[in-house]
Every structure is written in structure tokens, then in C-alpha cells.
Design a protein around this ligand. Structure first.
Ligand code: CO
Length: 134
């Protein structure tokens, strides 16, 4: 049921400038900055051969990552995202096994136009986990 590591997300004050070093020093391909008002973030991706690094920057007045960035002004790892073949089946199994799904439990459309859910960090060794339908 667990698929590829889709991305590791790093929350920062300025996503474009955070991604820059990956382009100039590692030669990674860097995406444009994309505002996602419904998620309260601006995203920039560094594309690696086997996964992506997603830089997220607070966007709007009540961004869900604002507190995290306030606590980590130099940036920090915010979440990891795993692909699953069927997000509803994955959610139901996770709940059955005692994991907590954040929000109302219904998948939302994430940064790649695919359904995503977030899982409680306390159930995953302190790491916020996102699952995305592959
Ligand atoms: Co993500």
C-alpha cells in the first residue's frame, strides 16, 4: 500500500530563495513559485531523479504553516509525502489501525492536483505525514 516518497516539504519564509541553492549548487531543476490560496502556501519544487523537495512559504493571513515558520525562522522539515494507490482505502486502513487523520477526514486536492490527506505526527514518530493518491 505504501508507494514512492513523493516529496519532502521544507517550510521557509521565502520558498523561491530557499530553492535557489538546489539549482545553482546541485544543478537541480527548480519549478516556478505557485500560490495555493486554498492551502495557504506558496510552493516551489526542486525536482530530483527519485523525488522532490517541496519548499512551502506561508501565503495569506491564516496560513497553516505560519506558526511553524515563526518557530523555525531559518526553515525546517515540515512533512514527508508518500504515494498510495487508493487514498480512501489507505485512509480507512490507517484509521482502523489507530492512526489519526487531520481535518474532516476527506481528501483535499494538493499541490499536484491529486487528492491528499495529512496524518497526525504523534502517530508517526513525530513526523507530519501527507499521503497522496498516485
Ligand atoms: Co506536501
Amino acid at each position: 500500500m505504501l508507494g514512492r516518497l513523493n516529496h519532502v516539504a521544507i517550510a521557509v519564509r521565502d520558498a523561491k530563495s530557499a530553492a535557489k541553492i538546489y539549482g545553482v549548487a546541485f544543478g537541480a531543476q527548480i519549478s516556478d513559485a505557485v500560490p495555493l490560496p486554498e492551502h495557504g502556501v506558496i510552493t516551489v519544487f526542486a525536482i530530483l531523479p527519485n523525488t522532490k523537495i517541496e519548499f512551502i512559504e506561508p501565503f495569506g493571513a491564516d496560513s497553516p504553516i505560519q506558526k511553524f515558520v515563526d518557530r523555525n525562522p531559518d526553515g525546517g522539515i515540515h512533512h514527508v509525502c508518500y504515494e498510495v494507490p487508493d487514498i480512501i482505502a489507505a485512509r480507512d486502513t490507517l484509521i482502523k489501525e489507530g492512526a489519526r487523520v487531520l481535518g474532516d477526514g476527506n481528501p483535499r486536492i494538493g499541490a499536484h492536483g491529486k487528492p491528499v490527506l495529512f496524518l497526525h505526527p504523534k502517530d508517526f514518530s513525530g513526523a507530519l505525514v501527507e499521503i497522496e493518491q498516485a
